[in-house]
Ligand binder design. Structure first.
Ligand code: KG4
Ligand code: ZN
Length: 336
């Protein structure tokens, strides 16, 4: 069984081919970062246009990399949402056209389910039940998972998602988009205790996150400086800002596991590529005797391998979708 995964929910046009739910034969990610960088964030209209330009070539590259033809593909898995509607429509329409023209079944995948399934692409796979932290540019969610298809939301971002906070901080600091990789790189030479940015723990029993306050704290901090921070000061700012975010992410995730008596922690999504978050989760999990499952960095940020993996799981349960299936920007209409 060979599944072609297609992902186009934001600013990556991606295609991957997964065989028998195990062997990744191709994983192509065409990033639009250079297109959006000058605007300091993703411009939805430009993203859709770039997906249209790229998607045919990206799918062809995946087939070539795997040494396969379209006739070798047994099913297609494509992201239906959440994400930018114009971008999602490009991937979904492409998948439908392939499905219709070549009579290949296709299945729609929730992007968050894709991130959860990215943990199956590594060498260690999670044992259930598990507590999952999915942190990206659009979400900071904590889930209680009993299987790859059965999970309940325990907490979410009430305002800015963790990745969004990194991106906005970078913009305030005059750094490049996307902010996460730049801030985390600069943070490596900084002191995380240099500046005391607020930690938004919210109510004692809440697994929700709020990162808009720390962004304002950063803006206020910069405002009272006499001039632009020099390189070592900038490194301290990045390290302190990063620490305030990852401490809350790791703290609430571990707390959720302890509260629910669960011993497996899963972390995925673009922000899970952050080395300090990975380190802190490893330390805290070790201290509490929990096992941690985090995919390789390349599978944390958006990719189609995770969509193909989710497809391998979903297809067995559901079969193909109708051709009038729509995308969704926020919540899957079927699951509410
Ligand atoms: O999962 P993803 O590729 O796309 C979404 O679904 O949003 O996540 C992208 C987000 C961006 O906000 C980016 O700044 C953040 O992940 N990110 C990071 C790092 N690498 C990517 N945040 C912190 N540290 C990183 N090393
Ligand atoms: Zn994502």
């Amino acid at each position: 069984m060979r599944i072609l995964g297609i992902e186009s929910s934001c600013d990556e046009t991606a295609a991957a081919i997964l065989e028998d739910g195990r062997h990744l034969l191709a994983n192509i990610v065409n990033s639009q970062i250079p297109v959006h960088r000058r605007y300091g964030g993703v411009v939805p209209e430009l993203a859709s246009r770039k997906h249209i330009e790229n998607i045919g070539a990206v799918v062809q590259q995946a087939l070539t990399a795997a040494g396969l033809q379209l006739s070798d593909i047994d099913a297609i898995a494509v992201t239906r949402g959440p994400g930018l509607v114009g971008s999602l429509l490009v991937g979904l329409s492409f998948a439908k056209a392939l499905s219709y023209a070549r009579n290949i079944p296709y299945v729609g995948i929730d992007h968050m389910a894709g991130h959860l399934c990215s943990t199956l692409l590594g060498s260690t796979t999670p044992l259930f039940p598990a507590i999952a932290l999915i942190v990206s540019g659009g979400h900071s969610n904590i889930y209680h998972m009993t299987s790859m298809t059965d999970y309940a939301l325990l907490g979410r971002s009430r305002d800015d998602a963790a990745g969004e906070a990194f991106d906005k901080a970078a913009k305030i600091l005059g750094l490049e988009y996307p902010g996460g990789p730049v801030v985390s790189r600069l943070a490596t030479s900084g002191d995380p205790k240099a500046i005391s940015f607020p930690r938004a723990w919210l109510e004692e029993d809440s697994y929700d996150f709020s990162f808009s306050g720390i962004k304002t704290a950063l803006a206020n901090y910069l405002h009272q400086l006499p001039g632009k921070p020099d390189d070592s000061h900038l490194a301290n700012i990045c390290a302190s800002f990063q620490e305030a975010i990852v401490e809350v992410l790791a703290g609430k995730t571990i707390q959720a596991a302890i509260d629910h008596g669960i011993t497996t922690i899963v972390a995925a999504g673009g922000v899970a590529a952050n080395p300090r978050l990975r380190q802190l989760l490893t330390e805290k999990a070790g201290r509490h005797g929990l096992s941690l499952c985090v995919p390789a960095t390349e599978f944390c940020t958006d990719n189609a391998a995770m969509i193909a993996m989710a497809g391998a799981i979903r297809l067995a349960e559901e079969g193909t979708l109708a051709l009038d299936t729509d995308v969704y920007s926020r919540f899957c209409p079927q699951s509410g």
